[in-house]
Design a protein around this ligand. Structure first.
Ligand code: HPA
Length: 266
């Protein structure tokens, strides 16, 4: 990780306090930054290069109305074979660079029957069903606690601000619990029934390891899911990655408008 930080520091001395992580089909926000400095992941030592379609794979530093922002366009997933440590490396690097607030975005399946394809949902809490945890192993007590509290993993204050901004912009914003599985297969209808029963509103294959590490490091977290499809068994149709990407593209402009208004308020 230190080599990655050193490489980035060689390219830019910018010190954003806030970072955005963009999920499948949601990479367009990076193009909104003014004075951008883009670093392809492949040039950063040790950085996991995302192989999933729809993940463009670059770190972008830029400005949004005078606010310094870092953007991770594309992320690594457990289903690609990366370890929890690799999947969360970006968050650790951000923390080293001085980032203290992270907004995560992702594509998710909608489990809550009141959601519609294309809905934006603020994550209020999560259920980790990935069978792994990014903090397993010896703990560096100077970095964070051995047993981190997760009772408010998604900042209540940030969620309140996000609802205010959404209301002002006339954007419908739901709130729900995100269940993380590893994938790469989509779920079975029986699994979705189970997930709904245990209290999940959304299902996806990312975000949770990163949110755990961000909390561990004392960072403030906001996370937004785009419901790219209703989860398996809800509609009489198959789930297809192309559809997931296409829905991401359709909500792109709304998400960009929302993030641009929200970031300066955090
Ligand atoms: N399940 C899991 N992950 C997803 C889905 C889904 O239905 N849609 C987008 N990411």
């Amino acid at each position: 990780m230190h080599e990655a930080v050193a490489h980035i520091r060689n390219v830019t001395v910018r010190e954003p306090r806030i970072a955005v992580v963009l999920g499948s089909g949601l990479g367009a926000f990076a193009d909104e930054l003014v004075d951008p400095i883009a670093i392809p992941y492949s040039e950063i030592p040790g950085w996991p290069v995302s192989t999933a379609a729809g993940h463009s794979g670059r770190l972008v530093f830029g400005k949004l109305h005078n606010l310094d922002v870092a953007v991770m366009a594309g992320r690594a997933h457990l289903y690609e074979g990366y370890t929890p440590a690799q999947v969360t490396m970006g968050v650790r690097v951000f923390h080293h660079l001085g980032v203290r607030s992270v907004i995560f975005t992702n594509a998710a399946g909608g489990i809550n029957l009141s959601y519609r394809q294309g809905a934006l949902v603020l994550i209020s809490d999560h259920i980790n069903l990935q069978g792994s945890h990014p903090l397993i192993g010896p703990n560096d007590d100077s970095a964070g606690p051995r047993f981190p509290d997760m009772s408010e993993a998604y900042s209540r204050a940030y969620r309140a601000l996000a609802h205010q901004v959404a209301h002002q912009l006339n954007i419908q914003l739901e709130e729900g619990v995100y269940a993380a599985l590893t994938g790469p297969s989509y779920e079975t209808p029986a699994e979705i029934h189970y997930l709904r029963t245990i209290g999940a509103d959304l299902v996806g294959m990312s975000t949770v390891p990163e949110v755990i590490v961000a909390n561990y490091l004392g960072m403030h977290v906001l996370a937004i899911s785009c419901v790219t499809n209703m989860a398996a068994g809800i509609l009489p149709q198959k789930i297809d990655h192309e559809e997931v990407l296409e829905t991401g593209r359709q909500v792109r402009d709304t998400l960009i408008r929302f993030l641009k208004a929200l970031l300066p308020k955090l």
